[in-house]
Design a protein around this ligand. Sequence first.
Ligand SMILES: *[C@@H]1O[C@H](CO)[C@@H](O)[C@H](O)[C@H]1NC(C)=O
Ligand SMILES: *[C@@H]1O[C@H](CO)[C@@H](O)[C@H](O)[C@H]1NC(C)=O
Ligand SMILES: *[C@@H]1O[C@H](CO)[C@@H](O)[C@H](O)[C@H]1NC(C)=O
Length: 525
Amino acid sequence: MEKPRFAFTILIAFLVWSSSFETCIAARRGRHWRQVSASLMTKKKTKSSHGSSGGQSHGGSSKQHKSPSSSHKSPLAPPSPAPVSSTPKYSPPAAPPVGSRGKSSGATYNVMDFGAQGDGSSDDTKAFEGAWAAACKVEASTVLVPEGYEFLVGPISFSGPYCQADITFQLNGKIYAPTESDVWGRGLLWWIEFTKLKGITIQGSGTIDGRGSVWWDQAPYDDPIDDGEEELAVPYSDTVEGGSTMPVRGEMSSSMPRIKPTALRFYGSFNVTVTGITIRNSPQCHLKFDNCVGVLVHDIAISSPGDSPNTDGIHLQNSKDVLIHSSDLACGDDCISIQTGCSNVYVHNLDCGPGHGISIGSLGRGNTKACVSNITVRDVNMHNTMNGVRIKTWQGGSGSVQGVMFSNIQVSEVQQPIVIDQFYCDKSTCKNQSSAVALSGITYERIRGTYTVKPVHFACSDNMPCVDVTLTAIELKPLQERYHIYDPFCWQTFGLLSTPTVPPIACLQIGKPSKNRIQSDHDYC
Ligand SMILES: *[C@@H]1O[C@H](CO)[C@@H](O)[C@H](O)[C@H]1NC(C)=O
Ligand SMILES: *[C@@H]1O[C@H](CO)[C@@H](O)[C@H](O)[C@H]1NC(C)=O
Ligand SMILES: *[C@@H]1O[C@H](CO)[C@@H](O)[C@H](O)[C@H]1NC(C)=O
């Protein structure tokens, strides 16, 4: 099968990035949410046979997942875009052939052969570890998680520095996270992680279910530092454990740790493919890529309730050459969040909602430097989301966001379809600071549909105005449901209206700022 063509020109390993503690999480204060009925595992009748026995190798018998057919797969088929007058700075590549990079060598390691019960209540973590250890040694091997079983799997790392390349994780069954607090110790940042692999594919019709409701209903601190791995080195003192190693009272020990895990995380890997699967009810982010080069995600579904706190869909950080398409993302926070260190990201044909829309940022938190470039988001259908397409940066940051194209975004009952916020703050007030992550070359074309609060909100930095903001064929109509509908807002936003817009966006300042932006070394990426 033809491999997707990614441009791997930038292989210099930027594996030590200036880290930032950007949140996976959008504004989170005062959010209320209903407790959703936990998708408690119903104990499935175990089949009398595990359907497999004997040798570890089931040569080539692993069931190949066919193109997704279930109802959640609804790749949009937007009308083919009419040519527009402005040429995007970066033209996205033709979509590579759909399909997995994973090639099977025929060596298949079925978790059932490593002692998994698949009954939904026995702890199958060890079996998964065993199957992985075996597959790790064989190039292009397959770990098979068979259909028709439910696996209870605790926090697990499929770690790869010494594994062979091109392993496929064939997920046809269902994997559930444990809900007992003791399994999670004092808090883990992820549940299932794959690290330092070359060529790793997760595919299949299976499901990864984080059973997050037990985490969502207790967010008393609600100040997650989520992505700040480094920050976690600092012990948190105000948790229920209070730093004590002694067992705590029964009622206390039943509460989940303050740090909530991401369901599925890839770290430091090349050529990662995720396709076919469903990830649902994560305690926090559903799918995260961190320090990866060459990421392909397609035909997946992410699903958690719209009011589940901080449950981003897909989170990208320090990753390059990323293609995400034909997927259905429904969650309680950003459908996709693109963080610092990302470039050459192409996202298309998605369904997003409920959720907070697609965000670049937040960036520059805690005076950090953020660099994001060459991002294309097109042919996305958003419904009932908080935002549509948004760029958010904290005051005091540095670095830049350059070359962003949002094209053919259909919004329906979206509060604010188009947002740039350089005063992002998740508290009630943040210190005013003059430096900012510089924004330039931001193109919006064919953003259409209905909004409920404000069509366009551009709040750019006084010292670092947004430049080259281009708007083409914007058609946004209010849905008269709210008490108040706001007019478009712009502050220090410069650029071009290449067609008339609905509503008129008179606040955009045509051309360039009169005085040059204050540039200094720290703005360059
Ligand atoms: C990733 O895939 C590309 C295209 O298939 C290939 O050229 C490249 O060598 C792969 N990179 C690694 C590190 O395996
Ligand atoms: C921008 O990203 C796309 C992938 O979305 C890539 O094909 C293209 O080469 C990149 N452009 C530049 C200038 O790096
Ligand atoms: C920050 O600046 C804005 C606008 O100049 C002003 O209204 C606000 O009071 C300032 N906030 C603080 C915390 O100084």
